[in-house]
Design a protein around this ligand. Structure first.
Ligand code: NAG
Ligand code: NAG
Ligand code: NAG
Length: 251
């Protein structure tokens, strides 16, 4: 089901994506959701790693960013241009993007756009992120909790609850657990075979989805939509446990 939903999202992006300059401006239209909240790895990091002194991976040099917006400069995105969260935000009617959560821009009215906690080289397994000094998924979730409080301070608890419950949640992560960890760490791959490592990752994901849903519902949210973009399906081809979790009552 997750894959079906992903496909539908990708297709609708292709159809709906308006021609828009990165960083805002352009068509005025109502936003379909109040905010976009993202967790994940380099696929949707919009520059958080630039604020981590020790991070191994940073997209802070050309050709990153050369086709992004009108400034043509690296932004921290691992792309020469827009990434999927940018295109998603535009498609949903936003005129600008949530800044990296660690940047000084992530305050005041900008918090109303949503928040981006993603960090290149992060993954489901916190050990993977730790190997590259990236923001672990656990820490991303802690930042999300902090964001909830900041939002409540900004617009009041009731409005914050409405924003959080109707926001679009995007999670894009998982391949690093195999490509940057499992296949690099002989001790890890001796300890787990591919299937049992998949089980470990699925367990982490279930906990993450559960915690974020519970965390949203303590704010009165009931309909948080977690849109799973990538998962571990690439690394886990042939591994049933990674494909069979469905919505499992939590995601
Ligand atoms: C909450 O939202 C309502 C409706 O948009 C607005 O009138 C009100 O000022 C907001 N409250 C705060 C504290 O910003
Ligand atoms: C490799 O994996 C083991 C767990 O099996 C872990 O204790 C160790 O810290 C990892 N090594 C590195 C370099 O991350
Ligand atoms: C989900 O969260 C609830 C409340 O914290 C907890 O009781 C339950 O065990 C969790 N389930 C999973 C699968 O983590």
């Amino acid at each position: 089901m997750a894959q079906l939903r992903l496909t539908l999202l990708a297709v609708s992006l292709l159809i709906l994506s308006p021609a828009m300059d990165g960083g805002g401006g352009g068509t005025v239209q109502a936003q379909i959701v109040p905010a976009v909240i993202s967790f994940g790895d380099s696929t949707i990091d919009v520059g958080n790693n630039n604020y981590l002194p020790g991070a191994v991976f940073k997209a802070n040099y050309v050709p990153y960013g050369v086709n992004f917006g009108s400034r043509h400069k690296p932004t921290g995105r691992f792309s020469d241009g827009k990434i999927v969260t940018d295109i998603t935000a535009e498609t949903l009617g936003f005129e600008s993007y949530a800044p990296p959560y660690l940047s000084p821009q992530a305050k005041g009215k900008n918090l109303l756009l949503g928040a981006n906690f993603a960090s290149a080289a992060s993954s489901y397994h916190d050990d993977t992120a730790a190997m590259y000094d990236a923001i672990t998924l656990t820490q991303q979730l802690m930042y999300y909790r902090e964001y909830q409080s900041k939002l409540a301070a900004l617009v009041g608890r009731k409005n914050a609850t409405a924003i959080l419950s109707d926001a679009l949640y995007i999670v894009s992560t998982g391949t690093g657990d195999f490509l940057q960890n499992y296949y690099h760490n002989a001790s890890l791959s001796r300890r787990y075979n591919v299937n049992s490592y998949c089980d470990l990752l699925v367990g982490i994901f279930s906990g993450f989805a559960n915690v974020s849903t519970v965390s949203a519902s303590t704010h009165g949210c009931t309909s948080s939509e977690l849109c799973m973009c990538k998962l571990v399906t690439m690394a886990c081809a042939g591994c049933r446990s990674c494909i069979g979790w469905g919505r499992g009552g939590s995601a």
